[in-house]
Design a protein around this ligand. Structure first.
Ligand SMILES: Cc1cc2nc3c(=O)[nH]c(=O)nc-3n(C[C@H](O)[C@H](O)[C@H](O)COP(=O)(O)OP(=O)(O)OC[C@H]3O[C@@H](n4cnc5c(N)ncnc54)[C@H](O)[C@@H]3O)c2cc1C
Length: 494
């Protein structure tokens, strides 16, 4: 750890997890500096402020933040109510950011572009850990550098949406028609209603955001005849999109999938499964969306007016390029988290408790937390981030007992099925034998998530599984382990 303890700890991003980190730091007697790109806190949530979240307030408020707020006379919202993203900002994040101890360190319109160590680049080892971090930011007054003792990077992923191309690259022609594509969750029923009314709209994606967009468009189609809703998914099996329904421990999350299933069954959706977008062509003012060839046939979705891309997001890795970060090669998550959250294997929505140890990087004193720690993996919940930052701040304060006492109980999706994922949209994870792996996945409702025979050395896929294994019983297992990281080789000369 660098010896510049008089320097502030920098928190990057003032979303729910960044502000929670700030609250924990304040509680531990630190004076953090919080660098936020937006003009206000919760800038990413603000892009979908109309969306009602699926987790109630009880999961959305950090404990340290609540303690600071309550001391200042704040009344907590009812625990069982589902807030909108806008209410998270207005009723929680803004009051938190206004507390004197947090406001003192909050710098809005400070976009972090790079992080490094003072006076050295990534290659240099000697003395590295004793040097402060240098954070370069873009501000309305130009570029500046801020020096910090440690860095908690909570910049999320939402501002870096994945492109439409199924191969991870922008589809051919995607950039040229960017004005016809809304990434994320536009306000379909509100401020952007005119954009979609009476149009043939294609929604791309198979997650909760896609589901929310489809539901909003279906509502619009009922109110505004002529509006057509088209849905393209890469996979063939919609089980994961439809979700766990009544089995979801967050009923609002389960309901999203249930409503999509009902819409599909009622014929209100034109669904294109197994559709892997390759190119977008304009044709008489409308768009033809071209898929990758399947069985020698090139599928095309014709005459689209607008596209809503809900294809997930990815972290900004450029920011930490001068730091020694260890990321999972395919998820771009913090490496140690990957086996716990890989969507190829997990669909439960829960994650094993983890804290400062799993979140540490070779660059001592740098932590990526919150949605960013998950990289491209979905299913991050705020409650996970709150426990992450509690543990990290305890470690930074030298309270290792508290730092190591990580506890996390998350509501599960009810989709924790028993076989590895075969296609993009198959839910699965547990208790696999090679023979089972060739059969279609089954959801937990059919097969039960846990309690099967646990292959040795396999990580828990859901909380019950973790609990069972902790008690020495067999859990469900989660398919094959990733290859272990190569052991670190010590230097042969100075
Ligand atoms: C549509 C949707 C619905 C969701 N619903 C739920 C739910 O019901 N329950 C739940 O628990 N989770 C939910 N999540 C998941 C997750 O909890 C949220 O995404 C949450 O906002 C993540 O918090 P965060 O602080 O890690 O990141 P963010 O909220 O994304 O915050 C990141 C902050 O960093 C700032 N920033 C970004 N780049 C920079 C930079 N270079 N320099 C400085 N600042 C920067 C951003 O402006 C932003 O303020 C949902 C996510 C989405 C997208």
């Amino acid at each position: 750890m660098n010896t510049h303890s008089s320097l502030p700890i920098a928190v990057l991003g003032a979303g729910p997890v960044g502000l929670a980190a700030a609250a924990h730091l304040v509680q531990r007697g630190f004076k953090p500096i919080i660098l936020e790109a937006g003009t206000s806190v919760g800038a990413n949530l603000n892009t979908y402020r109309q969306v009602r979240l699926f987790s109630p307030w009880q999961y959305n408020i950090d404990r340290a933040a609540a303690e600071l707020l309550t001391r200042a006379g704040w009344i907590a919202p009812a625990a069982d109510v589902l807030p909108t993203a806008g209410e998270i900002i207005d009723d929680y994040l803004l009051p938190l950011a206004s507390l004197a101890e947090i406001a003192a360190g909050l710098r809005l319109q400070h976009r972090v572009i790079r992080i490094t160590r003072q006076g050295i680049d990534k290659v240099k080892t000697a003395g590295r850990e004793s040097l402060p971090f240098v954070i370069r930011v873009e501000t309305p007054e130009g570029e500046q550098e801020i020096v910090a003792h440690s860095v908690i990077d909570a910049t999320g992923t939402w501002s870096q949406p994945n492109p439409l191309g199924a191969n991870g690259l922008p589809a051919l022609g995607e950039r040229q028609v960017a004005d016809r594509i809304a990434y994320g969750m536009p306000d379909i029923a509100g401020s952007e209603r005119g954009r979609f009314t009476g149009k043939r709209v294609l929604v791309v994606g198979a997650g909760h955001s896609a589901a929310g967009n489809l539901i909003a468009l279906a509502q619009l189609a009922e109110e505004a005849p002529g509006t057509q809703v088209v849905w393209a998914v890469r996979g063939n099996n919609l089980a994961k999109v439809f979700g766990g329904g009544d089995a979801d421990q967050l009923p609002a999350r389960g309901l999203l999938g249930t409503r999509i299933r009902q819409l599909q069954q009622a014929g209100g959706l034109e669904v294109h499964r197994n559709f892997r977008i390759h190119a977008l062509n304009t044709d008489g003012g409308r768009l033809n969306v071209v898929g990758e060839a399947v069985d020698g046939r090139v599928p095309v979705i014709e005459s689209i007016d607008e596209i809503v891309a809900a294809t997930g997001a990815r972290p900004n890795l450029e920011m930490s390029r001068e730091l020694r970060v260890r990321l999972d090669p395919w998820l771009e998550s913090t490496d140690a988290l990957a086996p716990l959250i890989d969507p190829n294997l997990h669909s439960c929505g829960s994650v094993r408790p983890h804290g400062h140890r799993e979140l540490a990087h070779p660059e001592q004193g740098y932590y990526a937390v919150g949605a960013k720690s998950y990289g491209r993996a979905p299913n991050f919940l705020m409650a996970t981030g709150y426990e992450q930052v509690r543990s990290i701040v305890a470690a930074l304060a030298g309270d290792m007992a508290a730092a190591d006492d990580v506890q996390l109980e998350l509501p599960e999706t009810g989709v924790c099925s028993s076989r590895p994922i075969v296609g993009d949209d198959d839910g699965s994870c547990c208790g696999t034998t090679p023979a089972q792996a060739t059969q279609p996945a089954a959801t937990s409702a059919e097969a039960g998530c846990c309690g099967g025979k646990a292959p040795a050395g396999v990580d828990a896929c859901c909380m019950q599984d973790a609990d069972e294994k902790a008690k020495g019983n067999v859990g469900c297992g989660c398919g094959p382990m990733k290859p272990a990281a190569k052991p670190k080789v010590s230097a042969c000369c100075a």
